[in-house]
Ligand binder design. Structure first.
Ligand code: ARG
Length: 475
């Protein structure tokens, strides 16, 4: 049995017979520009990335796309705010200052409703190619992208393609025309085209363009689907997006059908809301809780935990360990919950060495590595599986379940199936470690136990990385 796992090697590849050649496109994170990443972005970002990792790990060709919201009225708002209250060129602003301008706009608009019209007019100008507004737009995009890159790096999130909504600017009108010709888009009350749906579907009509002819979010998504089909011929397009956009995606998918396009499987992967257990970091009026702040808070709390443990924690680099634990704890806190339900984020539960948490897995990994280090081996040798004790058997059985846990998590798009698996594995290892001597055992028994420690370490590392986590060699 040990051999069987050992034979698969540390990569523990999960073969799948039906993966096909066509890629799976994954649209995740996809934030809107001119605001920093907020805590709510973590859900789409890490659920998307872990599903992407699960697909590629299983031998699929997956393409990660960050569909940046870099087009829309918010630029008009930012432009107006900057024109009124800005004190320096837009490119010299930090992302927080951009947010500040945006927030100020929303504060003042109550007293000056015409600001809203000004903003719309600016966006219409942007769409018609006004050079001054264009330059402003590209500067604010650059400021935001730079700020986001740092956060993505901390989260081990990467994209194959970053394509903003602006990219589709010249690809929308032909689709609007096509829809009109096919009778899918008809004039609405104010004359602007809408897409009505058959009565029995009880789906409200989708607005296709605004009254002033400017495009909206869904118009850009029509063009995006067309582009993705033509460019990649994917087998599916998965959108990992907040449940608040359920209507949007229903309408989008139905319009694609009504247009008669041949299309791949289209799916909106939803997730519940995340709430902080102690009310900390809840949204403050008019502003957002920045994702970066939450990661920093995780790191700070991890550093405290490391200090508390004192001698019991061995590390050459407490700062790097705190980052790994803190960020890992936040991410794991999200991914360990069933995405279909509302989630509760509780610092006490995510940052602890006991229970289903990142630090517990990281600690277990470090423990397995430490045994191997002391034995002076990687433990990756074949051994016979006879005469195993009950604790060894339980551990082995759990190691063998890795494939099916990965397959289930991937096919059901439920990353928490991996965390549950890893938690059970860590428990099985710790039970084994507590009751079976490893280093002091002899001959083939010692080898077998070292092999088990080695396999446990490999699977924990591999599984953690599927979830974007990192594990320490020492802790
Ligand atoms: N930018 C959008 C938002 O922040 C999400 C985009 C999701 N992807 C898409 N193709 N519509 O709400």
């Amino acid at each position: 049995l040990v051999q069987e796992i050992a034979v698969q090697g540390p990569s523990l590849t999960v073969p799948t017979p039906d993966r096909g050649e066509a890629p799976i496109l994954m649209d995740y994170s996809s934030p809107n520009i001119a605001k920093p990443l907020g805590i709510h972005h973590i859900l789409s970002t890490v659920i998307g990335q872990s599903l992407y990792n699960l697909y590629t790990f299983s031998g699929y060709r997956a393409i990660a796309i960050n569909h940046i919201g870099d087009w829309g009225t918010q630029f008009g708002k930012l432009f107006i705010a900057h024109a009124r209250w800005g004190t320096k060129p837009i490119a010299e602003h930090s992302i927080d200052e951009l947010l500040g301008l945006y927030v100020r706009f929303h504060k003042e608009v109550d007293a000056m409703p015409m600001l809203e019209d000004d903003a719309r007019a600016v966006f219409a100008k942007l769409e018609s190619g006004d050079p001054e507004i264009r330059a402003f737009w590209s500067s604010s995009v650059a400021v935001t992208m730079k700020a986001m890159e740092g956060t993505y790096r901390r989260l081990h999130v990467t994209f194959d393609e970053v394509i903003g909504e602006s990219f589709y600017e010249d690809k929308m009108m032909s689709i609007v025309e096509e829809g009109k010709q096919k009778g899918v888009f008809v004039p609405g009350k104010d004359g602007a085209p809408i897409a009505p749906f058959p009565e029995e579907e009880k789906l409200p009509p989708a607005l296709v363009l605004k009254g002033d002819g400017s495009t909206i979010y869904i118009t850009r998504d029509f063009a995006t689907v067309r582009y993705r089909i033509d460019r990649w011929h994917p087998q599916s397009i998965l959108y990992v997006v907040d449940i608040a956009q359920q209507l949007h995606f229903k309408q989008l998918f139905r319009v694609i059908d009504l247009l008669g396009w041949e299309h791949p499987h289209l799916e909106h992967i939803i997730f519940g809301r995340m709430n902080f257990a102690d009310g900390s970091m809840s949204t403050r009026m008019g502003t957002i809780v920045r994702l970066e702040e939450v990661l920093d808070e995780g790191k700070r709390r991890a550093a405290e935990l490391i200090k508390e443990r004192g001698e019991k924690i061995q590390t050459d680099d407490p700062d790097a360990l705190a980052e790994m634990m803190g960020v890992g704890a936040v991410v794991y806190g999200v991914l360990s919950q069933n995405r279909l339900m509302d989630m509760i984020f509780d610092w006490k539960k995510v940052l602890t060495f006991e229970g289903n948490s990142a630090p517990y897995l990281q600690y277990t990994y470090a423990r397995a590595r430490s045994v191997l280090r002391k034995a002076g081996t990687d433990g990756d040798f074949g051994v016979d599986g006879t005469a195993v004790t009950s604790k060894e058997k339980l551990l082995l059985k759990q190691l063998m379940e890795f494939r099916s846990a990965v397959n289930a998590a991937r096919t059901e798009h439920l990353p928490h199936k991996v965390t549950t698996y890893l938690y059970t594995l860590a428990q099985a290892f710790n039970a084994f470690y507590a009751s079976e001597p490893i280093l002091t055992a002899e001959g083939s028994v010692r080898d077998r136990r070292l092999a088990l420690a080695s396999l446990t370490a490999s699977v924990l590392k591999c599984g953690a990385e599927l979830l974007t986590l990192r594990v320490p060699e020492r802790m």
